[in-house]
Design a protein around this ligand. Structure first.
Ligand SMILES: [Zn+2]
Length: 418
């Protein structure tokens, strides 16, 4: 669960600001190897009635800033960041800022929350490029405002209220800034969104045992996972297809992104010549496959659009070409962490391959901002696997194991914000 309401956010976090900060520091250390932007210092200054909050960051970042009421807060949303701040940084408060905290909000999203002493307006928010060996600087200027104006700014943004910088003209400032009036309830009560992707469908049946098609197994299992997760009340689960229909690979990614999914789980079941081989395996994206089987499997799964008769010659290469950009790397780390955990949970209910977590260039895992995994649930070419996957009871057990891993994933990501 994220937060019950904006009101509770303040109550939950206020008494334990230092603990949270310490957690955030540890987290930053843990992911220090990842190619993520790193905050190296925070400075606060005040002049006349203006308070300036500055974060030094190792690279240019996109960010959003908005205000919340009850209590009064200013929130800066950033990409997932490392935090290597001086030890005394928390004692630096001045001007309208009473306290602040920072850390991972959820996968891919780091957050800074400023507790302000009175209603404020965001006068300016922008990123300055490095000057003379300095870091990038995210600059936020706050000034007191009337309660009426503060509350008015909490309303949903309109084009006329779009925020403008008042004093600076760097082009960086114009990117990624939301008007200060983002509706707090919207983020506050949002359930975790998970997109389940039943592989194949319609004209593309996937593999077969002769008795059953992969596309039917994947859809039946997706429904079982959806039912299990949604019964808990914490998750909204969307399927990339609800019936036996063809959905192209890039469309599956687009669905996950359109729903702002926090996890994407693609389901498959292979069939191979060697009928004795059985067991489940979990895949995450990588340019370099962990072994030849993984590479061949990815190649096979990536042909789904081709099998369905799509003309790929007019396509851009963004999906079929497995070149991984920088933005994907942290998402990939997150995906891999989930995969490792998932294998542990699944081992309790299912036979797995040795080295059950493998890597390969699966096109469907290429959403740059959604942690994504692909589960090969077993081999339809193996009698025992096939019988298990055709059993409703087995699919329910599998759904429960996946659900436990999902719970673990989100509770770990939320520890910092509590
Ligand atoms: Zn498949």
């Amino acid at each position: 669960m994220i937060i019950h309401s904006a009101k509770n956010l303040g109550r939950l976090i206020l008494p334990s600001a230092i603990v949270i900060a310490a957690g955030a520091v540890n987290l930053g250390m843990k992911s220090a190897n990842a190619a993520a932007p790193t905050a190296t210092d925070i400075r606060i200054g005040s002049h006349a009635d203006k308070t300036r909050f500055v974060i030094d960051i190792s690279e240019d970042v996109k960010f959003k800033v908005f205000t919340l009421s009850d209590p009064y807060r200013v929130v800066i949303d950033l990409p997932e960041m490392g935090w290597r701040l001086p030890g005394n940084v928390m004692s630096r408060k001045t001007g309208v800022i009473d306290k602040f905290r920072y850390g991972l909000f959820r996968a891919g999203l780091s957050r800074v929350v400023l507790d302000v002493k009175k209603p404020v307006k965001i006068k300016a928010a922008f990123v300055l490029p490095p000057a003379e060996g300095k870091r990038y600087r995210l600059v936020l200027d706050l000034a007191p405002t009337s309660l009426a104006q503060y509350l008015a700014a909490l309303r949903p943004p309109t084009s006329s209220s779009r925020q403008r910088r008042e004093s600076d003209t760097t082009p960086e400032a114009s990117t990624g800034i939301l008007p200060p009036g983002r509706k707090p309830e919207k983020t506050a009560i949002r359930k975790h969104v998970i997109v389940i992707d039943p592989g194949h469908g319609g004209i593309d049946p996937g593999s077969t045992s002769g008795r059953v098609f992969e596309k039917h197994i994947t859809l039946a299992t997706a429904r079982a996972i959806k039912a299990h997760l949604e019964a808990q009340g914490k998750y909204t689960v969307r399927l990339t297809r609800k019936k036996d229909s063809f959905v192209r690979l890039r469309r599956r990614i687009a669905i996950a992104r359109a729903h702002q999914a926090e996890l994407f789980i693609s389901l498959h079941a292979d069939a191979i010549r060697n009928k004795r081989i059985r067991g489940l395996s979990v895949y995450t994206l990588s340019e370099k496959a962990s072994d030849r089987e993984a590479a061949e499997l990815a190649e096979k799964e990536n042909k789904a659009d081709l099998i369905a008769g799509m003309d790929l010659s007019t396509e851009s290469k963004e999906v079929t070409n497995i070149l991984i950009d920088l933005a994907q790397r942290e998402t990939m780390n997150e995906s891999a962490r989930f995969a490792v955990d998932l294998v542990k949970h699944i081992r309790k209910v299912s036979k797995t391959l040795s080295n059950a977590h493998r890597f390969a260039g699966f096109a469907v895992l290429k959403a740059p901002d959604v942690p994504s995994i692909l589960i090969e649930m077993g081999f339809l070419s193996n009698r025992a696997d096939e019988q298990a996957l055709r059993s409703k009871k087995y699919r329910a057990n599998l759904a429960r194991a996946i659900g436990n891993a999902v719970d673990g994933y989100f509770s770990r990501n939320e520890q910092v914000q509590r």
